[in-house]
Design a protein around this ligand. Structure first.
Ligand SMILES: *Cc1c(COP(=O)(O)O)cnc(C)c1O
Length: 393
């Protein structure tokens, strides 16, 4: 069988000098360890803002809730999309103003709405009548935006069905809002996370415009369009960059709204923080299961329960760098726990240089989002993924 030399292009994911700093910093530290570079988050935040003149960013902190990440984004002018009372408490502990927060989860208890209201949060999302009534009762006078259902087609990590409602339902909710003592502000959607098809925003923006027009006839003037998340990070499968997304999406908005561009809001998670993380891991074992098996099994000290849950169905393909050289072996990659679903990649074949041995380090790029926050508490005793900042130069 013909085999290629192992090769991995670090520069596709991170400047090689920066990676060298990460590698040096990781020397002598226990793995697994997530190393996060705030400079990259800052650069992504600026890239995102460059595309629109009147963008309001609400960072979805579930992607990476490290205190330092939140403080950085706060200092850059970001707002925050908050999903639970626990996230709210964290932001308040960090001194973030409630004026900069939205309660962006459609699924919330009435008493949690009250808690947000008492703490000074004035902006709430909704997609159902019972939730809208809960908001009216527990957060009187609040500003409300309405989440439309989106398909999620084309996304590596779709967020379909569970969130949002059909335009007919939303239309009726918007009409009820003034008489409930609430302020109808705008419309939101989420086209699915790591959305590769920019055209998905086109459809959602067109539907939003249709709603704006429909409720205007009933005397309600909406003012805000919330484009959700879905912007990409740099995984194995390439996507267009943030600049291209901004340009296309702004064009869609202009085409539909013409001279009357509403306030534009975005709720990025992944695209702000994913590229900033490198997960340093170690090879625990390399095994062949039968004499004639083509593929080696490679076991890392991090897996689905240690932060790589987005490898479910091999949805997100993290770039994985092995340091060795030589001919490339095609491998199956699995985690360290005693659960047989703890296999990251079996169908998509990653390559590893044949000289690799247990104890070697492995670097998993683009792991700054949805890793630490997803890691389990202590399944098999393994602690949650540890995350630290890359020291400044
Ligand atoms: C998770 C989430 C986001 C962030 O999505 P990304 O694709 O990570 O940018 C934004 N808005 C809401 C409501 C979310 O639940």
């Amino acid at each position: 069988m013909y085999r290629e030399e192992y090769s991995f292009k670090i520069e596709r994911y991170m400047e090689p000098e920066r990676f060298e700093r990460v590698r040096k910093f990781a020397e002598g530290q226990e793995s697994p360890l997530l190393i996060v570079d705030l400079d990259i988050i800052k650069a992504r935040y600026q890239e995102l803002n460059d595309g629109f003149s009147n963008l309001q960013v609400y960072y979805a902190l579930k992607a990476n809730p490290m205190d330092e990440v939140i403080m950085l984004l706060d200092s850059l002018g970001s707002n925050f999309d908050v999903a639970s009372v626990y996230e709210l408490d964290q932001l308040l502990r960090l001194g973030i103003s409630p004026e900069k927060m939205s309660f962006g989860n459609t699924i919330k208890k009435a008493r949690d709405i009250r808690y947000f209201h008492e703490k000074g949060v004035k902006l709430f999302v909704t997609d159902s009548e019972s939730d809208l009534r809960n908001i009216a009762e527990n957060a009187p006078g609040a500003k409300v935006y309405f989440r439309l259902l989106a398909e999620g087609t084309g996304a590596d990590w779709p967020l379909t069905r569970k969130f949002g409602a059909h335009p007919d339902v939303i239309f009726n909710l918007i009409l009820q809002t003034p008489e409930l003592g609430l302020i109808p502000w705008g419309v939101s959607f989420h086209v699915g996370s790591q959305q590769r098809d920019i055209g998905q925003w086109d459809d959602a923006i067109a539907r939003t415009k249709y709603l704006f027009d429909a409720v205007l006839e009933a005397g309600i003037e909406l003012q805000m369009i919330n484009l959700g998340g879905g912007y990409p990070a740099r995984y194995v499968d390439p996507t267009l960059n943030i600049r291209a997304y901004n340009a296309e999406i702004f064009r869609f908005i202009q085409e539909d709204f013409g001279e009357h561009i509403p306030q534009i809001v975005m709720e990025p998670g992944r695209s702000l923080v994913a590229d900033a993380g490198v997960l340093v891991a170690e090879i625990v074992n390399i095994a062949t299961k039968a004499k004639n098996n083509l593929y080696k099994w490679v076991f890392l000290d991090v897996g689905k329960f240690g932060g790589l849950i987005e490898t479910i169905d091999e949805s997100i393909k993290f770039p994985i760098y092995f340091e060795g050289e030589g001919l490339a072996d095609e491998i199956i990659l699995a985690g360290p726990t005693c659960d047989s679903m703890d296999i990251m990649y079996e169908y998509y074949k990653y390559q590893m240089p044949e000289s690799t041995k247990p104890g070697d380090r492995v670097y998993i790029f683009t792991t700054g989002a949805y890793t630490q926050s997803y890691s389990s508490v202590n399944f098999n005793g393994f602690p949650p993924l540890r995350a630290v900042l890359l020291p400044k130069e």
